[in-house]
Each structure stands twice: as C-alpha cells, then as structure tokens.
Design a protein around this ligand. Structure first.
Ligand code: PRP
Length: 212
C-alpha cells in the first residue's frame, strides 16, 4: 500500500497535495529553482504570446518526447485558440550524460507539416544540438513557418543557427529534475523544477538526462 505524505513546504507549491511512495524521497530533492507557481505563470504568458502571434492560423505544436510532455500539455491549454499537436522522439544521449551531437529519429511525425505553421516545443535546450538538428529536419518538410519554444534554456547557450522564439526561463548549470526532466525516467511528474541532490551518491543518475 502506498505511503502517503502531505508536503507542507510552501516553496514547492504542493500544499495539501498527497504524495504517494513512488515519488522520490524528499531528501533527493535539492533547491527548488522554479516553483509550480513560477512555471504556471510563465506558461500562461507564453500561451498568451502564442495566441496573439497565431491569431489567424492553427499552429501545430510538435513536442519532443519525452521531456516536453508536461510542458506541451500545459502550453497548449494556455493557448486560447485552435492548436494541433504531434510528437517526435529522438535518441541523442543513450547512456551518456552529454550529447554526442548525433541525433537519431525514433518516432517521426504522424502527419505532414507542409504548409503549416509549426512550433517546435522542448523542455530544455542544453547543448542545443537536438533543437538544431530538429529545426533543420523540420525545415526540410516544408512548413509555412517554424518557430521554437523551450521551457528552459541553459544560461549562455543557444541552439546553433536556431532562433529561440519562446523561452520560459534561463537555467543555471545544475542537474535539475521535475516538470518533465528526469533522472533514470523518474521525477518528471514533479510540478516544480529543483536541483537533484541524491541522499545516496551511489544511486546517481544513470539516464543520461540532459538536465545536468
Ligand atoms: C533532452 C531534452 C531535449 C534534449 C536537449 O532529452 O528533452 O530533447 O535532451 O539536449 P541538448 O540541447 O543538449 O541537445 P533527453 O535526451 O534527455 O530525453 P527525454 O526528453 O526523454 O528526457
């Protein structure tokens, strides 16, 4: 039977939320860099901006699995107008902790983007190599327009040759978890973004997440 706990730390924005045992032990969660409220406020701003920019058209949001799932789900609901959504999956890290720069498409789009207004949605731009590859790939599919949107961009980083059109926050160089960002596929469901601070150093991340 899951153990339930009430998280009372107001910084986390989880007051009154019951947390079952599959969630990480609290000791693995370090400093909360962006609270759930910070994130939701910014998502609402981005949604309003996109609503205005695409008032006369139906943009197609393309999420990059898996990290962008949480963000794109919130973002599309913050857009006050018709949107469509599709997903791609790429493999760029494997077991490595830094991108090799070689991106392999694991799941392609379900439908054509030719002539469409497209927004490529990421959770994080770290080295920028994934975004740069995907922009190049999608440009080749003949969209009417292509913009980029990332919840997080690593401070001082860009995606080579890519215009970053909608950005949530700049992120300092720390290994972070939550709001889509994982360690070993866990922690994506945290509603905030925090540094990862494992109580057992031996259980350090093995996922090759880009969030470091
Ligand atoms: C992350 C993230 C981006 C990419 C960014 O995905 O979601 O797709 O890495 O890194 P870059 O800017 O250095 O190329 P990851 O490979 O960790 O997979 P995930 O989304 O399934 O967690």
């Amino acid at each position: 039977m899951p153990v339930l706990a009430v998280v009372a730390n107001s910084t986390w924005g989880w007051q009154g939320v019951l947390v079952s045992s599959p969630y990480p032990p609290e000791s693995d969660i370090g400093e909360v860099l962006l609270s759930a409220e910070d994130i939701q406020r910014r998502v609402a701003e981005l949604g309003a901006e996109i609503t205005k920019d695409f008032a006369d058209t139906t943009p197609m949001l393309i999420g990059v699995l898996k990290g962008s799932v949480i963000f794109i789900a919130d973002l599309m609901r913050a857009i006050a107008g018709p949107v469509e959504v599709d997903f791609m999956a790429v493999s760029s890290y494997g077991d490595a902790t830094e991108s090799s720069g070689v991106v392999r498409i694991v799941k392609d789009l379900d439908s054509s983007i030719a002539g469409r207004d497209v927004i490529l949605v990421e959770d994080i731009i770290d080295s920028g190599l994934t975004m740069a590859y995907l922009v190049d790939y999608l440009t080749g599919q003949g969209p009417k327009s292509l913009r980029t949107c990332s919840m997080l961009v690593r401070e001082g980083r860009t995606a080579p040759g890519v215009s970053l059109d909608y950005v949530g926050f700049e992120l300092p160089p720390a290994f972070v978890i939550g709001y889509g960002l994982d360690v070993g596929q866990r922690y994506r469901n945290l509603p905030f973004i925090a540094t990862y601070s494992p109580s057992d150093e031996g259980s350090a991340p093995g996922s090759g997440s880009t969030s470091e």
